[in-house]
Design a protein around this ligand. Structure first.
Ligand code: AMP
Ligand code: MG
Length: 444
């Protein structure tokens, strides 16, 4: 059994760190966006129906608009024996209005969506007449020169979509705070609304720090980095997460570990963004000037959070030249810690900035197929693959080595299996809660 060390008393629980961060972030202002460009954004104001939908009674079927009373004698005889015979007085396609009226003994041939002609009170579908319904427009009989046999008595109101049955004028149909998906956008379009008030997406500046970092793509593809150097993976992973969480990433590049370089880069980042995310330089390293510069340039606090990986975290605010308060999250440098901490703290912060309900990820209870060891009383987030086993239960296995530098452990995971801070281990066969971050990769 590995030796277990107790954490310092001032170490913050994850929930407490998150509460403090959420306390300092504010919702972005609203903006008017064309509906075509508003997918995934949050509605900033309630939407009330400007008119009824459908705007008029209309037919739900291709067929004949009739007076139901005329079809009463219609029998179920397949040959049409005893069927009601009506005079076809005209034809109406969707998109037009029938100028005349349907009188007793008359019918108007009508296509789905066309407004009900006055006088008619029901629609007889082609299938219930002696017409197959396959004539092309123009091949049907001229008005007054043709008749149709109705094979089945029509019920008054049959096959009519009533004005306002979907939405009543003045009704609240979409409420502030919901995320626009295809269905909501379609509702807006159906009301003729071309642009909508949504919460602006937050721009998130992402700044990497460290003399060891190289920009991927700077040297020939597949080249290992120069001695002592590594490629900057945090900025790219974080940018992708910012996008996934609804923000707009702004890559601010790499700041070297000198005070002037870092000061200049931070000023640039603050000017460009609604939130600044830095990575590295928040732990106890001797050469990290990040802490010094952050403390100088903004009100920033340095925390240790009771989680593993990802213990060190900075959070605070910078003041932009134009007076805006720009929140800052200082993530740990180790790539796994950095991405995990951004999932746990950055995602809810970005959601709040977008006016979204702060939604926790779904949690499944799974059977641990591998142990999770907790050596120092922090909450462990083990990268796991969750799938349903032959016994019908969810099972969690780990993605291999769990070091905070082992990025592939993140890439192969669809969830994070949680060993609570107060437990020393989750043993094989015990239940474990798994925070699911990617259900799409969870096989059934
Ligand atoms: P630090 O917090 O500066 O001590 O960094 C911790 C570890 O994370 C070191 O091994 C760094 O090289 C590594 N690291 C820092 N920034 C990045 C980055 N942007 N991409 C990949 N690894 C990084
Ligand atoms: Mg460093």
């Amino acid at each position: 059994m590995p030796r277990r060390t107790e954490p310092p008393a001032d170490m913050l629980p994850v929930e407490e760190a998150l509460a403090r961060i959420l306390d300092l972030v504010r919702e972005m202002p609203a903006e008017l966006r064309p509906i075509r460009e508003a997918t995934g954004q949050v509605l900033a104001a309630d939407v009330v129906a400007p008119f009824d939908i459908p705007p008029h009674d209309n037919t739900a079927m291709d067929g004949y608009a009739v007076q139901a009373a005329d079809t009463a004698p219609a029998g179920a005889d397949v040959d049409g024996e005893g069927a009601a015979e009506l005079r076809v007085i005209g034809e109406l396609a969707a998109g037009y209005v029938y100028e005349g009226a349907v009188g007793p003994g008359e019918a108007v041939r009508i296509m789905t969506g066309a407004p009900m002609p006055s006088g008619a009170d029901s629609i007889v579908p082609f299938e219930e007449t002696d017409e197959t319904g396959l004539q092309a427009p123009g091949q049907s009989a001229d008005a007054g020169q043709r008749s149709v046999r109705v094979l089945k008595a029509a019920r008054p109101g049959a096959n009519i979509r009533r004005r306002g049955e979907d939405v009543r004028q003045g009704a609240l149909i979409l409420t502030r705070g919901l995320v626009l998906r295809g269905a909501e956008i379609a509702v807006l379009a159906s009301m003729g609304i071309g642009a909508v008030s949504v919460v602006r997406r937050p721009r998130v500046a992402i700044l990497s720090t460290g003399d060891e970092l190289l920009t991927p793509g700077a040297s020939a593809e597949g080249e290992p980095p120069a001695p002592g150097k590594i490629y900057d993976s945090n900025a790219y992973g974080l940018a992708a997460l910012v996008e996934e969480y609804g923000g707009v990433p702004v890559l601010s590049g790499i700041a070297s570990d000198t005070v002037p370089a870092l000061t200049a880069k931070i000023a640039e980042a603050v000017a460009a963004a609604d939130m600044v995310v830095t990575s590295a330089g928040v732990s106890r390293g001797d050469f990290d000037v990040v802490k010094e510069v952050l403390a100088q340039e903004g009100e920033v606090r340095f925390w240790t959070v009771r989680m593993k990986p990802g213990k060190p975290l900075a959070f605070g605010r910078f003041s932009a030249a134009d007076g805006r308060a720009v929140p800052h999250i200082g993530l740990p440098g180790n790539p796994v810690s950095s991405l995990l901490a951004f999932e746990l703290f950055g995602r809810p912060a970005l959601f709040k900035m977008q006016g979204r309900q702060v939604q926790a990820r779904p949690v499944v209870t799974a059977v641990a197929d591998e142990p999770i060891i907790n050596t120092d009383a922090r909450r462990v987030y083990a990268r796991a693959i969750v799938d349903r086993a032959a016994d019908g239960r969810w099972h969690a296995r780990l993605t291999g080595p769990q070091g905070s530098g082992v990025l592939t452990s993140m890439a192969y995971a669809n969830g994070y299996a949680v060993c609570p801070a107060e437990r020393e281990r989750v043993a094989v066969g015990e239940e474990v809660e798994v925070l699911m971050v990617d259900w799409e990769h969870a096989p059934d």
